[in-house]
Design a protein around this ligand. Structure first.
Ligand code: ADP
Length: 716
């Protein structure tokens, strides 16, 4: 057995040499036991083979003990002990069997084999099975008793009525050898049932053990029959069943080891009905025979029959109790789950009912399936009046400008059709009284998991908010800002005029101190005028009152205009402004483009060091002209590249003081560019300084084809 210690591959068949070796040994013994060798030699051979068989089973089980843990380890341990006890019994048989090889009556050997079988049953019951519950195990043992008892009963009243006839009681010395085959069948059927209910890892080993026990049963029955006729002799071919049985159980070790598998594999009973069919098949056969042969049933057979009946009854009672318990448990779980579901539903109903936003659901056809009180209130209906109606035609049939609106173009339909979240910031719903309500809407598709696990859109949930008040507040704010700005601008104009006259000496010569005071006042009123102008610009752009005169202009002409405007500022700051390569024409409002350029070039000059260079370029990019203003100034921190386009946003709070800005220029410039159909963004130059870029649409007849288009045409 030196090979047993060789390295093992978990999950693979091992000790392959064992199978041919076992076949050779059993084959040789089959020849020897059927030959004319002297009886004592044959009985010696048989006895020795029994002992060696038991020992090899013990060794093979021991091997499994060392590679397993938990319940499997215990199972193999009990089987190893069973093998050891059986070896002792067979050794006794070998030593004390009379020289002629006769083996009759109860002996210590039978007691040992009986105990070994009980240990074997205990071992087999320790294997992990799919559902490990006490009732399952009990039921399996009872099934084994029913199958074993039924088979023995059938044999007892058909083949060997004399074996079971007479006045034997269970305690008599003749009954113990009778119990051995019963236990054989019990353990064989138990192992077979377990094989059906265990994980795939344990199955091959259990199947082989089951065959081994079945072989024992055949030999034990043969022994009973022969013995009943007084014709059993140790050393005959009948012994081969035992020898092959031990060999088979030894071979269970060849099956892949399951030590790396989880203790209980996630397996649903492989053949739950197979066990029941086996049990009731054998029981029914026995029952039919008991009816046919009722006259010839002996006392011992009757005891056996009663045992089988008791086992069947107990099995069924257990099953009924178990099923009842299971039913109650399931009922309880259903009630628990239903309650939990009801609570969740109540909570979500409460949330939907109490939120201020309008919420309604539509099915795949756009029909309203639910609507919350807030939604019904905004729309001027009772919730029940809207249920089942098509949402689109009921209150969503017009655009904000009053034109009709087809359901196919509705964003709710789009959310359902494309399974995407859609929204509309400026939409209008029509109330029951015909008035319209400005709303902000989001539609989310309602998906459910279909039978094949795929997501199916069943409708949409629409959330909307009445923005009447917000729009009103916005309007009032705009009005207020423009009114205040105008009210400030008018007196400011006369203040500036008067101060201009004063500093210009038109009203007589002032003292130097008074002149410097008047200049300071003039600078401050200029600054105030600029602030008011910028606030007014922001306001006009936001409220949409700013109108644009879009026409065709050469980029060069616009850049020249802006740079001329900034000559004085550049000279004062000691910064050189250079116009680089400029090409193309734009389709835009010239004043607004110059305003943007002045702002960006002005910033570049302001944030450049004395002696620095500001470059302005323009080039065609697809259907757009891209303007680029680069400087050699301090650049912009990466995290501020986007933030500086917000209102009153500056990189440093000292910028307002030192550079004289308000943080509104970039916000205005971006709004202007976007209104003209372009984009404006900032980036840092690799060698220091910042570059601001903005795009504007080129006139359509001169626009270069789009890059993508060009690429696809080239490819074609
Ligand atoms: P401001 O009137 O303060 O210049 P802007 O909106 O035009 O307002 O600019 C916002 C801020 O962005 C500036 O205060 C400055 O911090 C930063 N900024 C703008 N242009 C540049 C530039 N060329 N280099 C560095 N920082 C700049």
């Amino acid at each position: 057995m030196a090979g047993l210690s060789s390295p093992q591959v978990a999950g693979a068949w091992r000790f392959r040499w064992l199978a041919p070796a076992a076949i050779l040994i059993v084959g040789a013994l089959a020849i020897a036991l059927s030959s004319d060798l002297p009886a004592n030699i044959r009985s010696g051979l048989s006895g020795a083979a029994f002992v060696l068989g038991c020992i090899s089973v013990t060794i093979s089980c021991r091997q499994r003990i060392s590679t397993n843990t938990g319940r499997r380890r215990r199972a193999w341990f009990l089987l190893a002990v069973a093998g050891g006890v059986a070896a002792l019994g067979n050794l006794y048989l070998l030593v004390v069997a009379d020289r002629t090889g006769a083996r009759s009556g109860a002996s210590l050997a039978d007691v040992a084999l009986f105990v070994a079988l009980l240990l074997g049953i205990a071992g087999v019951l320790n294997f992990p099975i799919a559902q490990r519950r006490a009732t399952d195990l009990t039921r399996m043992v009872l099934d084994g008793v029913v199958i074993g008892g039924s088979i023995l009963f059938v044999i007892s009243i058909t083949i060997i009525p004399q074996v079971m006839s007479g006045t034997s009681t269970l305690l008599s010395s003749r009954v113990l050898p009778l119990l051995v085959p019963v236990l054989d069948v019990v353990i064989a059927s138990l192992t077979a049932l377990l094989c059906l209910r265990s994980g795939p890892g344990d199955r091959p080993g259990l199947a082989m053990a089951s065959i081994g026990f079945a072989l024992f049963a055949i030999s034990d029955f043969t022994f009973l029959v022969r013995n009943a006729h007084g014709g059993y002799l140790l050393g005959g071919p009948a012994d081969l069943g035992w020898i092959a049985g031990w060999a088979m159980i030894t071979l269970a070790i060849v099956a892949p080891d399951t030590s790396d598998n989880p203790e209980i594999e996630p397996l649903i009973e492989a053949a739950p009905i197979a066990g029941t069919i086996l049990t009731f098949g054998s029981f029914s056969t026995a029952a039919v025979l008991s009816l046919i042969k009722s006259a010839t049933i002996g006392a011992a057979s009757s005891v056996l029959w009663i045992t089988v009946l008791a086992a069947v009854t107990t099995r069924q009672i257990l099953l009924i109790i178990d099923n009842e318990r299971l039913r109650r448990y399931m009922e309880l779980r259903v009630i628990e789950r239903s309650n939990a579901l009801r609570t969740v539903t109540q909570q979500s109903d409460l949330v939907v009912d109490s939120v201020g936003d309008g919420i309604y659901g539509v099915d795949g056809d756009g029909l309203i399936t639910f609507i919350n009180p807030a939604a019904a209130r905004v729309l001027g209906y009772e919730p029940s009046q809207l249920l089942g109606r098509e949402a689109h035609s009921a209150f969503h049939a017009i655009r904000p400008d009053g034109t009709p609106y087809a359901i196919e173009n509705c964003y709710v339909t789009e959310a359902i059709r494309n399974a995407v979240i859609t929204s509309a910031e400026e939409d209008v719903y029509v109330r029951a009284d015909g008035l319209s309500v400005p709303v902000e809407v989001t539609a989310t598709p309602l998906t459910v998991v279909g039978p094949r696990g795929q997501n199916e859109v069943r409708g949409a949930v629409v959330v909307f908010r009445d923005v009447t008040q917000r729009r009103e507040v916005d309007r009032l704010k705009s009005e207020f800002v423009s009114m205040v700005s105008h009210e400030l601008r008018t007196p400011l104009t006369s203040i500036r005029g008067s101060l201009g006259l004063l500093t210009g000496g038109a009203l007589g010569q002032l003292s130097p101190a008074a002149t410097s005071m008047a200049r300071l006042a003039l600078d401050s009123s200029d600054r105030l005028t600029r602030l008011i102008d910028e606030i007014l610009d922001v306001e006009r752009i936001e409220s949409g009152v700013l109108t644009f005169t879009v026409a065709r202009h050469a980029a060069r002409e616009l850049i020249d205009g802006a740079v001329d405007h900034l000559q004085v500022l550049a000279a004062t700051a000691g910064v050189r402004v250079e116009i680089g390569a400029v090409a193309g024409e734009v389709n835009a409002d010239a004043d607004r483009v110059v305003q943007t350029l002045v702002n960006l070039v002005g910033n570049a000059i302001k944030f450049s060091p004395r002696g620095g260079l500001v470059t302005v370029r323009a080039r065609m990019r697809g259907a757009y002209i891209e303007f680029r203003i680069s400087d050699q100034g301090r650049g912009i921190p990466e995290d501020k590249l986007e933030a500086i386009f917000g209102r009153f946003e500056q990189v440093d709070s000292s910028d307002a003081r030192e550079k004289g800005g308000f943080g509104l220029g970039l916000a205005i410039s971006r709004s202007l560019v976007e209104r003209l159909g372009g984009r404006l963004w900032a980036e840092n130059n690799p060698d220091g300084g910042a570059t601001f870029r903005f795009t504007l649409p080129a006139p359509t007849d001169v626009a270069e084809p789009d890059y993508l288009e060009k690429a696809s045409r080239n490819a074609g």
